[in-house]
Design a protein around this ligand. Structure first.
Ligand code: ZN
Length: 319
């Protein structure tokens, strides 16, 4: 998107919309950067999955969104920064009552973005944001479900331009995102989401990194309430939205460069991450020559610069 589009009509009015992640620090002519401004960040994919129904197809001419199907509980991300202007959580599977927008789309979240855009997320299992909350692109806002008039877990996703639904697939495609297929781009792109209840080696990586930042978390690979509390403390300390979800916004703040001679929890995090890719390292927190060689092998296999230095690009590929 052309940045100059974002300055049109804004002037120096005070606009109570959160900063998009991508351009937060960029000064634009005519925009007072000390105030909240209506800037557009990069757009993000709202969910991974398979498209099961398109926008106003011949067989469903009144279907004003695109459906993305995946398993119940799949993370749903804000498609851009903005303010949550509607949340519905009292629906259930088979509910035939009208929703937040026309249609029987169950539990839902509605977000107001820049330049008259709104996005709508329907059939949710649950929502993790509240009305009035400022969100950033790629932030986890809900879990996929099948509430309302739905035959299986999927996201009903709408993009509205000045109130009128437009084709979400082509809208995102014009911004370099394949709906359902491309990783979320808003907060840095390519980062997974680790949240309450996750049990994985990536969760263990997050726990080591939280400890390295001084927010101690037991590295047991289970991201339970204690880990969520540590994540929230970390996010508060970093000035992030403290939702306890380590997603594309939090990861760039969480990673720590690890190189030959690095010691402690950050080195353990890198060793666990390399072991996810078959390195077979002893997780001793001592990033010596064996660990460096494993990092170089990984970088070589992934087409990265082969220097044995675990920086942002290598981290992003590791997790
Ligand atoms: Zn739909």
């Amino acid at each position: 998107m052309n940045r100059h589009e974002n300055t049109g009509g804004i002037g120096r009015r005070r606009l109570l919309i959160g900063l998009g992640a991508g351009l937060a620090a960029t000064a634009l002519p005519g925009v007072a950067t000390a105030e909240p401004t209506l800037l557009a960040g990069a757009w993000s994919n709202p969910a991974y999955g398979t498209i099961t129904s398109g926008f106003r197809t011949p067989s469903r001419p009144t279907h004003s969104g695109t459906d993305v199907a995946n398993s119940q509980g799949t993370a749903i991300w804000a498609a851009n920064g903005g303010t949550v202007v509607g949340v519905r959580t009292n629906s259930y599977p088979g509910d035939t009552r009208p929703g937040l927008l026309p249609g029987r789309t169950g539990n839902a979240v509605l977000i107001e973005h820049h330049n008259g855009y709104r996005t709508y997320y329907g059939h949710l299992y649950s929502a993790s944001v509240v009305r009035g909350q400022v969100v950033t692109a790629g932030q986890t806002i809900a879990k996929m479900g099948t509430t309302g008039n739905s035959t299986g877990p999927h996201l009903h996703f709408e993009v509205l331009a000045n109130g009128s639904p437009i084709n979400p697939y082509t809208f995102l495609a014009n911004r370099g995102i394949t709906l359902g297929r491309t990783r979320p781009a808003g907060g840095g792109g390519g980062w997974p989401s680790v949240e309450n209840g996750e049990r994985s080696e990536v969760a263990r990586v997050v726990q080591h990194l939280l400890t390295a930042h001084g927010h101690s978390a037991v590295a047991d690979g289970y991201f339970g309430s204690a880990s969520v509390a540590a994540a929230k403390a970390f996010q508060r300390a970093e000035g992030l939205v403290a939702d306890g979800v380590i997603g594309p916004v939090s990861w760039p703040h969480l990673i720590i460069d690890v190189k030959q001679g690095s010691r402690g929890s950050s080195a353990k995090a890198a060793q666990v991450a390399l072991n996810r890719h078959g390195a077979g390292l002893v997780v001793d927190g001592d990033f010596g020559s064996v660990s460096v060689r494993a990092a170089r092998n990984f970088q070589s296999a992934k087409g990265l610069v082969v220097d044995g230095y675990v920086g942002p690009l290598t981290w992003r590929t590791l997790v």
